[in-house]
Design a protein around this ligand. Structure first.
Ligand code: NAD
Length: 504
């Protein structure tokens, strides 16, 4: 069985079937830009039927900390396609991000944000840029699993999964193929995070081989984003994990000229959600001057997704022609270039008046040219041989001399488990270390089988039983060591499934 994941330029909806969509008016400028967007879609002949759903600020303030009502969940289940205006997350603790809730609950694994320059109509230093950021949307640090463990230390779990990597990387290549794009760039930090980002990079290399017609390259996220900010025209499709993608996609939107212009989509197996990239702009709400382009571009992506690419092209081309005509909202108005400063409604009317026209300078939109849908094969898990070889015990200890805690732990005898090393914030401090290393109250103490790693330079691990770990923890507890957490150390098919401490 294969999942059907769209957002490729599908054949036009020739049958004229009406597609139902759930719409969220949003907060702040949301209702104004939604009204303009729906008016343009209607005038262009989009075959859609809308069902309004209630999400956002008022729902939060009514005491619902998730910001979405049960009725709205039902509307999503009925319609499966969502067009969402930005919402305001009230300030203060306890309010969960609605976007993160929707993305994770609905399995919207791919966040796709195409951004291209509209030079000279929108000011940018990069007139040639035309980049699509494909961001993993469900995992990574956004799993939001955080704990305070000691007086000084809090942690956040970074979860990267093989199925998550496979889905997003394949989606990026399929997207590139469907849209005739030439290159996919993977951005990771696997020189530091060898297991998590290493997995993302490994999967990227595995899948890239299946697309020989598309150039693939990998960059470390720090230099990659610096290069992207300096020369965005050298990039085509970028695929990356959740946090990096969040940052990189904002950089891309910003350097293209205006956050008010770009749309994005969140794609899942059953549901897809389309929205502007900007927020609810409370500073200009009610003034009727908001630029509806972000939501309109999201609607263009949505129409492509539901098989109405001809209407999507018609709207996009009229929008481009309107920009060329110098009809600009306040946020993109340029004294020497714009012909008229238009408000939200006037801008929509100018677009409607140009439906059927094409831009003269800017590239003509031709979403309809492509065919087919994006398909992702079902994930097949390979079962490795998993063996327990030790345990990292994290201890809260307020001393600052590693030798003191190290000697104390060395005296603990429990079956054949033996202290191998201690690190503090990942740096080895016992049995040897540097006196300059700053130590906090969070000690990672690695226990492995006694006879492991005695003769060879390379770490060598022997299998142990979980009972031994329990016995060790019990002994440590009896000896008043304050255990704050443990991580089992495993080998998978003989391959180490944990990182070494710096200096180990
Ligand atoms: P914002 O994007 O709303 O506004 C940033 C600046 O850009 C403001 O000066 C605003 O006036 C301007 N701007 C944004 N969109 C514009 C448009 N279409 N036309 C003209 N100018 C526009 O970001 P913010 O001020 O940081 O956030 C405001 C609220 O939006 C917050 O409550 C935030 O949580 C929320 N937010 C929601 C989403 C979403 O629903 N997807 C995304 C981001 C922020």
């Amino acid at each position: 069985m294969r999942d059907n994941l769209l957002l490729a330029p599908k054949e036009s909806n020739v049958s004229g079937k009406v597609t139902k969509i759930a719409i969220a008016q949003g907060d702040g400028i949301g209702p104004e830009i939604m009204k303009a967007t729906l008016k343009i879609m209607k005038a262009a002949g989009a075959k859609i039927e809308t069902e309004a759903m209630e999400i956002g600020e008022q729902v939060y303030l009514s005491g619902n900390s998730s910001g979405i009502t049960p009725e709205a969940w039902d509307a999503i289940a009925r319609n499966k396609v969502i067009l969402k205006a930005p919402i305001t997350t009230p300030q203060g603790k306890g309010y969960k991000s609605l976007n993160v809730t929707l993305r994770k609950s609905l399995g919207l694994f791919a966040n796709v944000r195409p951004v291209s320059a509209l030079h000279p109509y929108v000011k940018t230093n990069f007139p040639e840029m035309d980049v699509v950021v494909v961001r993993e949307n469900e995992e990574d640090l956004y799993a939001g699993i955080e704990h305070r463990q000691t007086e000084d230390v809090v942690q956040c779990l970074k979860l990267i999964t093989r199925p998550g990597c496979e889905k997003i990387v394949r989606y990026a290549f399929e997207y590139a193929k469907a849209y005739g794009r030439k290159k996919v760039t993977c951005m990771v930090k696997d020189n530091i995070m060898k297991l998590t980002d290493g997995l993302f990079h490994t999967v990227f290399k595995e899948i890239a081989i299946e697309y020989p017609e598309i150039e693939s390259e990998s960059q470390i996220i720090d230099i990659g984003s610096a290069k992207l900010a300096a020369s965005p025209q050298k990039y085509d499709v970028i695929v990356t994990s959740n946090l990096y993608g969040d940052i990189v996609s904002d950089i891309v939107a910003e350097i293209a000229g205006s956050v008010g212009m770009a749309g994005s989509c969140n794609i899942g197996k059953n549901v897809a959600m389309f929205e502007a990239i900007h927020g609810s702009a409370p500073d200009i709400a009610g003034k009727k001057i908001a630029n509806p382009s972000g939501l309109l571009n999201a609607a263009v992506m949505m129409l492509t997704h539901i098989g109405q690419a001809a209407v999507a092209d018609k709207i996009k081309n009229a929008w481009l022609a309107t920009l060329e005509a110098g009809m600009h909202t306040a946020d993109i108005f340029q004294e020497n270039l714009s012909t008229k400063k238009v408000n939200t409604e006037e801008f929509a009317d100018e677009i409607i008046a140009r439906l059927g026209e094409s831009p003269q300078q800017l590239p003509v939109s031709s979403l309809i040219k492509g065919t087919g849908t994006i398909e992702i094969p079902e994930y097949k898990r390979e079962n490795s041989d998993k063996e327990l070889v030790g345990v990292d015990v994290f201890i809260d200890w307020k001393g600052n001399d590693p030798q003191t805690i190290g000697k104390g732990l060395n005296e603990i005898k429990s079956h054949n488990l033996k202290l191998k090393m201690i690190t503090n914030r990942g740096v080895k401090v016992f049995p040897t270390g540097l006196k300059e290393t700053y130590c906090t109250d969070h000690w990672r103490c690695r226990f492995v089988a006694q006879d492991a790693n005695v003769k060879t330079k390379e770490p060598l691990y022997l299998g142990i039983e979980f009972d031994q770990v329990i016995a060790l923890l019990s002994k440590l507890h009896q000896n008043e060591f304050d255990i704050i957490k443990t991580e089992n150390l495993y080998e998978f098919n003989g391959q180490r499934g944990f990182s070494l401490g710096q200096g180990e």
